[in-house]
Ligand binder design. Sequence first.
Ligand SMILES: [Zn+2]
Length: 639
Amino acid sequence: MERVARRILVAAAMCFFCGGGTLGQTAKAPARLDVDLREAPKRIFHAKLTLPVTAGSLTLVYPKWIPGEHAPTGPIVNLTGLFLRVGGQEIAWRRDEVDMYAVHCDIPSGTSELEVSLDFVSPSAAVGRENPSATAQLALLNWYMVLLYPQGAKSDDLTYTASLRVPSGWKYGTALEVASESSDAIEFKPVSLTMLVDSPVLTASHMRTIDLSPGQKPEHHIHIAAESELGLEVPPETVQQWRQLVAETGALFGARHYRHYDFLLSVTDNMEVDGVEHHESSDNRVPGRIFQDESIAESMTDLLPHEFTHSWNGKYRRPKGLATPNYQEPMKGGLLWVYEGMTQYWGTILSARIGTFTPEKLRENLAWVAAYLDKRAGRVWRDLEDTAISSQVVYSSPQEYRSWRREADYYDESTLIWLEADTIIRKESGGKKSLDDFCRSFEGGENNGPKVMPYTFEDVVAALNTVWPYDWKKFFTDRLESHGPGAPLGGLENSGWKLIYNDTPNDNRMAQELPQHLTDLQFSLGILVHEGGGEGGDEIIDVNPGSPAAQAGIAPGMKLVAVNGRRWSTGELRATIRRARGGSEPIELLVENEDFFRTYRVDYHGGERYPHLQRIEGKPDLLSEIAKMKAPAVAAAKD
Ligand SMILES: [Zn+2]
């Protein structure tokens, strides 16, 4: 599929330039994009695009490869109501029969402007990777959803002047700079197509903006949108932690690559939890009760630190294969263990440095990550690098057989690998150097606006060697290509901690399990159960190969009904495992497999087992050193 798409792109571009050129769009003749979100609560966005053109055949494309999603997820299925007009007269268009994202048309002679009108329909619930972009009370506009551009053009070379109408009384937040504003519409300053696509707009009836670096340049703001005023009530200590995050990134990277930074935060249960990075902003979507419910807040701890880190690691410094000239050129994800993996490491560590993770919570988080990856059965057939190379498909993997499939493991497993790199630099340099120095030299540099500096694997190795000489090429290659059993746990051990199991539930995992309705018993029986209730039932979403449950015959996709003859619940199942400890009677699980019921006898007597970190006596506690606040503490927030 990828090769076909690429061939078509090349063929079309050749024919395009040989044909004398129909691309009338230049920086001097910008496209105009007028978007109307007044019907956003009805989940339909209207757009009118005016493109400068010249006569001849023209192919327009809808963005397919969406930055930050590392996949061809452009929501073409939601593009509706497409009409092309010149001088008020409708002209015909025809979709390419192979490339679903391309439409062909003929521009009549004497024409300099093409008018395109289109609608974007937002799904009301998630379908695959199609997520809602609007609710009754708020909307998130990604400009790529409502535009076309000439095939073959580079997004840096195209200029778009955009305007936006929002429902009456709604406010908005975006990194885009405003040229003028009236009660009728917001007019943005002209920007490249790259910047437009990279600058979503959040708009809502209930919205507030908080300054996260008062009195400083560049400015940082968070724009919070919610379904009600209650959703906007942020605890002052959270605001203080966000301000500390701004300070900590300054200490970590030493430079900023944006003119100003705008966090967009959608607080709603009517969108999917998500986070997408941009150069000067990020699109963060969290559950509606995040500021009222501690376990929801804990399950979202690293979201803002992760997405913010991407401004440096992912947007400014970007793997060559992901720095594509436009949205039709396929992306190559082989270096996502740096782009996403090191971001995951810093998202976790920055959460500790700003205090949203206490030292205990940080250890519980790392213990769980290390433990579940240590049990990944699929590493015998699939190495870590392959999970990154296949990023364009792994995000949509079904949950069943997760341990055997592996999924986007380049996030969490790279946390362990970058921790190991950090501890090697710290140990070998006697504490004089650390991965912070690598970040400053590789991702810091000049204070500049949005800019992309592509890199290769060799560039990462060379930059690490300037911080501390080591065989970094072998270090990463061994871990990326390993088919050996077990997760890379060297970083934990270097940092003075080892992975252990006991019968006390992992605190950080419990905070994730509660809002997600999960019961994670993968380290004892070997199963992960989702309490769906109702029609979906309580599904066993994974069974670790070789575990007691797997040996008894239980498989993912089955539904759990009863435990030792009694209707199952999380509490009942955990209590049964405790009671069976050291005994000889098997635990009986009544399971529904489509229309058939069967009791499986699980021969397990090891009791409850949950992962934790335990101090290695005599070794320096580097983990606590890494997790310490590095910037001066910001003042308490009064907001
Ligand atoms: Zn990310």
